[in-house]
Design a binder for this molecule. Structure first.
Ligand code: SAM
Length: 251
């Protein structure tokens, strides 16, 4: 059985995709995608030898060697341009996922890709910023908890002005509920434009956790009398105030 986290990714894969799962480890996601009919063909990419062997084993055990190609290599270098139309990258930091996409995009590997499904463990804001700067439009965001950890799943598609799929519409100023609180692009990049519009308990738990972390930093800074510590304290107090205000104004 797939974890809830991978299940969320699976559900977002368009039916009949040609899929590449980069950093596939045991190839659980491509195997489930092919078995469920979500993917008609899949590539499992892995850079490290141990997980690469695990992926080969997972695919062989599922008897799917003919429809899932396991390839060893860094990021999107395992793909030929045009080979897949959906890419999943899960379980890495947002900065690493962004770097993989960036290199792949400049090598033309994203040309026929119509869906990116990304699950950063940290650094979600870095990834949102990369998508925004590279004409990928965030069309859905999910947040879930599993085994005490919080995960976000981001879905992005290429910008399509004619179809009205634009970053302008995703990142326009957001007024929270019927309050006077208006969020600009920076706050939306940090917290997630879709998550902010439909916040669930996990979202509140994430940001309450962030406030606690920041309060912990404040406590340790309060022991220092340096001027730089004073500036840092002010900055963190500002961040705590901002997050608290946002949470109070959400429905
Ligand atoms: N995607 C699976 C999941 O979400 O359950 C496995 C996640 S595992 C924590 C991260 C995997 O990414 C590791 O197996 C690692 O070897 C692989 N990885 C890290 N950097 C990579 C890169 N540049 N290209 C391909 N795979 C990479």
């Amino acid at each position: 059985k797939l974890s809830d986290r991978l299940q969320q990714l699976l559900e977002q894969i368009p039916q009949g995709s040609r899929l590449a799962d980069i950093g596939s480890d045991h190839a659980l996601l491509p195997v489930a995608a092919v078995e469920s009919g979500k993917a008609v063909f899949a590539i499992a990419g892995e850079v490290n030898p141990g997980p690469f062997d695990a992926a080969c084993k997972g695919v062989a055990e599922a008897g799917l060697g003919k429809v899932i190609s396991v390839r060893r290599g860094d990021g999107l270098e395992v793909l030929e341009p045009g080979e897949v139309n959906c890419i999943t990258i899960a379980g890495m930091g947002g900065a690493l996922i962004a770097a993989i996409l960036d290199r792949g995009q400049s090598q033309g590997k994203l040309k026929e890709v119509t869906t990116l499904l990304l699950q950063p463990n940290v650094g979600e804001d870095i990834l949102r910023r990369w998508l925004l700067n590279n004409k990928w439009v965030l069309v859905a965001e999910r947040i879930l908890e599993e085994d005490g950890k919080l995960y976000e799943v981001l879905t992005a598609v290429p910008e399509n002005t004619e179809a009205g799929i634009t970053n302008e519409s995703v990142y326009r100023e957001l007024t929270l509920g019927d309050s006077a609180k208006v969020l600009g692009q920076e706050a939306l990049l940090q917290m997630g434009p879709w998550l902010l519009q439909a916040p669930n308990n996990v979202f509140f738990a994430k940001w309450q956790g962030e406030i606690q972390k920041l309060e912990g930093i404040l406590t340790s800074l309060s022991r220092s009398e340096l001027e730089s510590a004073e500036n840092k304290r002010k900055q963190i107090q500002g961040q705590i105030r901002e997050i608290t205000e946002v949470l109070q104004c959400l429905p």
